[in-house]
Design a protein around this ligand. Structure first.
Ligand code: F6R
Ligand code: MG
Ligand code: MG
Length: 369
């Protein structure tokens, strides 16, 4: 059967600053999605959170960009904002709900969306990754390793069904364009683009031999949606696993290296991405370090069997330890680049105001004696 998986997330307010979703927010969202399941709109759902981001994991048969499903997500976020976030005076209530009225699709209105329709295989393992205090480009490095790096994914070399490679659909979020590039043949071109993760973001991955959808990431950047920076758009993605696709362990492997991502405090710093269990999917130190949690499901006629908490495992202890050591090192830089992001990427800046204030005091450098 054809099934659509829609992972739609938004930060609609949280407990103790930008820390964590409140249990009542999960409860209200779950009630709303249960109604949708009872009415037949959804096949199944799972509500969770990564830090201050409320995550709606939904399966249905309505296809991508379904107005009904997107309206359900929008109404759920709005209801959670009204019934819980505002009532409890949670922090930044309704933060990601930028539009005032729903107009057919949540894309461009604040929430992040990773959505795909595919034929459910005889057995369909899927991993859903959810990150907090970073941006969609954070998936570029792990997705590259999973689908193009034979030192990560043994199957690319030794499994005939992966040997023909994958297509990387890369989005230029400034120009709102996509380009399809084939690995392994075009890996240098792929890397030339995705090494700039603030601009070129992997949108999705397809298996070359049959165009089978292998992975989908959320690609909206709130900065560009709102015309100004309103918060790092903490990203989600899902990756299908096994039997002609990378194995679950090959999909998790890149996260054993806590690579540097943009985000962290005030969305204006680089930090290592720490793989954590769901219990630890909440940011503390310097509002971070940025975190990634992963839930594994098996689909069964669209039903979500699971979840498994994939990073709840001592095998990732060393990545967490490395994260803490890298965080110590980066924090020693205080307000200096490259620990702090470059001026064009910062979510908060006083630079324009400082320059204005000092305008009259700047004088030609030749007279600085
Ligand atoms: C980063 C983030 C936090 C806030 C910081 C300041 O994505 O959400 O680091 O930027 O806590 O928040 P405000 O300006 O709301 O006090
Ligand atoms: Mg927040
Ligand atoms: Mg967040």
């Amino acid at each position: 059967m054809k099934v659509t998986l829609s992972v739609i997330k938004a930060d609609v307010g949280s407990l103790v600053g930008h820390h964590v979703v409140h249990p009542d927010q999960i409860r209200v969202a779950s009630e709303k999605l249960k109604e949708a399941k009872d009415s037949g709109l959804l096949i199944d759902y799972y509500v969770t959170n990564a830090g201050d981001d409320l995550q709606l994991i939904m399966t249905h048969s309505k296809g991508v960009d379904s107005e009904e499903v997107h309206k359900l997500a929008w109404d759920t976020f709005s209801e959670v904002t009204e019934k819980v976030s505002k009532k409890l005076k949670l922090y930044a209530a309704g933060q990601d709900l930028l539009g005032t009225a729903f107009s057919g699709n949540v894309k461009g209105m604040g929430p992040g969306v990773a959505e795909g329709e595919f034929e459910e295989r005889i057995s369909e393992p899927i991993i859903i990754f959810m990150a907090d205090k970073t941006e969609p480009g954070a998936w570029n490095l792990p997705l590259y390793k999973i689908f193009a790096d034979p030192f990560n994914t043994a199957g690319l070399v030794i499994d005939e069904s992966l040997h023909e490679g994958f297509i990387f659909r890369v989005m230029d979020v400034y120009e709102d364009k996509v380009v399809d590039l084939k690995a392994p043949e075009e890996i240098y071109d792929i890397l030339a683009l995705i090494g700039t993760p603030a601009r070129y973001i992997i949108h999705s991955i397809l298996r070359h031999k049959d165009n089978l959808l292998a992975a989908v990431a959320s690609t909206a950047r709130l900065s560009l949606i709102a015309g100004r920076y309103v918060g790092k758009d903490d990203p989600v993605m899902f990756v299908r696993a096994q039997h002609g696709l990378p194995a679950v362990g090959e999909i998790l492997e890149p996260f054993a290296f806590p690579h540097l991502v943009a985000g962290w405090m005030r969305g204006s710093h680089h930090g290592p991405l720490m793989p954590v269990s769901m219990k630890n999917a909440k940011c503390t130190r310097f509002d971070g370090p940025p975190r990634v949690a992963a839930l594994g499901f098996q689909l069964n006629e669209g039903k979500l069997i699971g979840p498994e908490d994939m990073f709840d495992d001592p095998a990732f202890d060393r990545a967490r330890d490395m994260t803490n050591r890298v965080a110590d090192y980066l924090r020693l830089h205080g307000p200096f680049m490259p620990a702090r992001l470059g001026p064009e990427e910062m979510e908060y800046t006083t630079l324009a105001a400082v320059l204005k204030k000092l305008e009259a005091r700047f004088r030609p450098a030749g007279k600085a004696r």
